[in-house]
Design a protein around this ligand. Structure first.
Ligand code: AHR
Length: 497
């Protein structure tokens, strides 16, 4: 068995645990909205047509913030299509996903859903086919209490209280040539700056997110962030990051080390933002909103193209996740927490059916994908402060990232006690972990929960929904603190006095 050691010390404080780290994303894409969160006629649907089974799992997932309505969808979206009497709403072509958008769900329904789910709505404005005026109109509709045409329209549509949306994304992935209204960094930076300036005239307290790159592999990565921030630095609060990972060519070892790429991504964007800050002499610090991240088998997208032209809510991007995918999701969460000093918001993309932790059958069952579990456990048990963990771990050589430690871990300390989140990235070997927690006083292991199993490719299905689920790990002792982490596993180790 391989051996690893780590030291826990309350002095190794990184930053507070930001609740917004546990955000997710609902896009008008495939079956995320229709037959996902919304399905009137479903046996569990409530008076608003929201699926009760999905709401219950969203609450159990512990998601805190939901980004809406896209994604690529937002770059062609007219928000006013989605308000007012449903029977009068237009049906539109959605160019992003080659679908028909029925507009049965719009901003009012979405905000009503977030209230039921107990989450914060985070809104994106269309800076693809639209601009400053439409962003202002949506802001007026959502946040102005009453007394103007658009705020009174919201009241007339049944939302007496303002929606009070605090966090706004200024467009989505505007560097991507696939995007309707795709722009150069300078064009987008100027438009984002004008939009931000105008939105702040209505409410200076908004939290605004400028679009970073669509991913670290984009040819303009780095230069894009630098130019956009040159234009927007003092007008925005966040720059966005997006990253998706998948196992390629059967290389499980590299896939399990995907967080190495995310670490590098975060450090690069932080360095760029701080460089622009130094150049502008600004006193403000720009944080990162990692508002799309997940495992996504993009290579399967082609195979999933619908055969019907412009369908409504076709089954798109419906990845069925296995154990190793969940371990990678856990490792990516560890990375987001390790960077809590600068990553202060994040959104798992997405929530239901579309590359999602929750899956549904239209008219039928709902189940937790494997990736549900690390997210739910991190959202449940991470509290107080993030602690950097000093560790000594065996390494493995990966084709994609070179030498990578097998142990990937972070700790938090707060109302939920001291909790260690740990991934064993080894494909074959268990890792015996010795924990030096003397700086915490007299502590013992209260509980270890492990998501693992003999088959890294095991999945949950509607017929076998608990095949991959966290189980108590009794392979631990307290003097000295030791726990055995199986290969390809996500582990939550809770300490107690
Ligand atoms: O989450 C799926 C898609 O991925 C989003 O619409 C887009 O922003 C990204 O490319």
């Amino acid at each position: 068995m391989l051996q690893a050691q780590l030291t826990l010390d309350p002095a190794f404080r990184v930053a507070p645990v930001h609740r917004r780290t546990f955000g997710a994303f609902v896009e008008h894409l495939g079956r995320c909205v229709y037959t996902g969160i919304y399905e009137p006629g479903h046996p569990t649907a409530d008076e608003d047509g929201f699926r009760g089974d999905v709401l219950a799992l969203a609450r159990e997932l512990g998601v805190t913030t939901i980004r809406y309505p896209g994604g690529n969808f937002v770059s062609g979206y007219r928000w006013e299509d989605g308000v007012g009497p449903v029977e009068r709403r237009p049906r539109r072509l959605d160019l992003a996903w080659h679908s028909t958008e029925p507009n049965e769900v719009g901003v009012d329904e979405f905000v009503r859903w977030t209230a039921k789910a107990g989450v914060e709505p985070m809104m994106a404005v269309n800076l693809g086919t639209r601009g400053v005026q439409e962003a202002l109109d949506l802001l007026e509709y959502c946040n102005v209490p009453s007394g103007t045409t658009l705020s009174d329209l919201r009241v007339a549509n049944g939302a007496k209280e303002p929606h009070g949306v605090r966090m706004w994304c200024l467009g989505n992935e505007m560097d991507g040539p696939w995007q309707v209204g795709h722009k150069t960094a300078r064009e987008y930076g100027r438009l984002a700056a004008e939009t931000a300036r105008a939105m702040r005239m209505i409410d200076p307290g908004l939290e605004l997110v400028a679009c970073g790159s669509s991913g670290a592999s984009m040819p303009t990565f780095g230069a894009w962030e630098a130019t956009v921030l040159e234009e927007t630095y003092d007008l925005v609060d966040f720059i966005s990051c997006h990253a998706y990972y998948e196992e390629k060519a059967g290389d499980l070892a590299s896939f399990l080390a995907s967080a190495a790429d995310m670490e590098h991504y975060i450090s690069s964007v932080v360095a760029t933002a701080d460089h622009v800050r130094a150049r502008t002499g600004s006193r403000k610090r720009i944080n990162l909103s990692f508002d799309e991240w997940n495992v996504w088998y993009m290579s399967r997208v082609q195979a999933q193209q619908p055969t019907v032209d412009w369908p409504v809510a076709p089954p798109l991007l419906e990845d069925h996740y296995h154990l190793a995918d969940a371990v990678v999701v856990g490792s990516l969460l560890i990375t987001l927490l390790r960077h809590s000093d600068r990553v202060t918001a994040a959104s798992l993309a997405q929530l239901v059916n579309v590359i999602a932790p929750i899956m549904t059958e239209p008219g039928g069952r709902v189940w937790r994908q494997t990736t549900f579990h690390p997210f739910a456990q991190a959202a449940r048990y991470a509290s107080g402060e993030v602690l950097r963990v000093e560790s000594l771990s065996p390494v493995h050589e990966t084709a994609a990232y070179g030498e990578v430690p097998l142990l990937h871990t972070v700790a938090t300390r707060g109302d939920e006690g001291t909790v260690l989140f740990a991934v064993n990235r080894s494909v074959e070997e268990s890792l015996e972990l010795e924990i030096d927690a003397r700086a915490l006083g007299d502590v013992r292991i209260a509980e270890v929960s492990t998501l693992g199993g003999a088959d890294p490719y095991a999945r949950n299905t509607a017929d076998d929904p608990t095949r991959v689920t966290p189980r108590p790990n009794t392979d631990h002792r307290s003097d000295p603190l030791r726990v055995v982490l199986p290969p390809v596993s996500w582990n939550v180790i809770r300490l107690t006095a």
